[in-house]
Design a protein around this ligand. Structure first.
Ligand code: ADP
Ligand code: MG
Length: 158
């Protein structure tokens, strides 16, 4: 059976979302797949910038909407994909994201474009906007044995 662990964070302002990305990014290892769900402007890219800080990447992390995937060299490479523009699952399948990113951490914005062809075991981060403008609810779910270490780290917050 796959193990699952979930924890809900709340942030106020973009800096806190970036910090959360940095805090969690320190637990990310080679081969991890991190799927970011949430509307436009929810904070997915901001969170990824924090992951970039944790991995000490050299280049600036921003929205890769027009290139589908950007690679940032760091302690381990950060593969940042944004599938927003894709409409068919085959397009996502053709990108072969998991194989392409096997040497680093794969972070995907708009994974729902191809959830069928992305791994069942992954770290999922769900962003929700709240009634107050600059507040976000951020739910982190860790699925699968491979992420046991990460799940244990999360437990420390729980
Ligand atoms: P996405 O990648 O999900 O489309 P971005 O990270 O690019 O979103 O943008 C999030 C926007 O929301 C930024 O303009 C940011 O300043 C604003 N914002 C306000 N409050 C927050 C928050 N708590 N966390 C993240 N972003 C926030
Ligand atoms: Mg984005």
């Amino acid at each position: 059976m796959t193990s699952e662990r979930q924890i809900i964070f709340k942030t106020k302002g973009v800096k806190q979302t970036r910090s959360l990305g940095k805090k969690l990014g320190k637990f990310f290892r080679k081969g991890y797949v991190v799927l970011l769900n949430g509307d436009l402007g929810a904070g997915k890219t901001a969170f990824t910038q924090g992951i970039g800080e944790a991995l000490k990447v050299e280049s600036q992390v921003n929205s890769p909407t027009f290139v589908l995937m950007t690679v940032h060299e760091g302690i381990i490479p950060l593969y940042h994909a944004d599938l927003y523009r894709l409409t068919s699952v085959t397009d996502v399948e053709d990108l072969d994201l998991v194989a392409q990113s096997s040497e680093g951490v794969l972070v995907v914005e708009w994974p729902e474009r191809g959830i069928e062809v992305l791994p069942v075991d992954h770290v999922s981060v769900d962003f929700e906007t709240l009634a107050i403008d600059d507040e976000r609810s951020i739910t982190v779910t860790v699925m699968g044995e491979k992420y046991g270490e990460m799940a244990n780290k999360l437990e420390e917050y729980g």
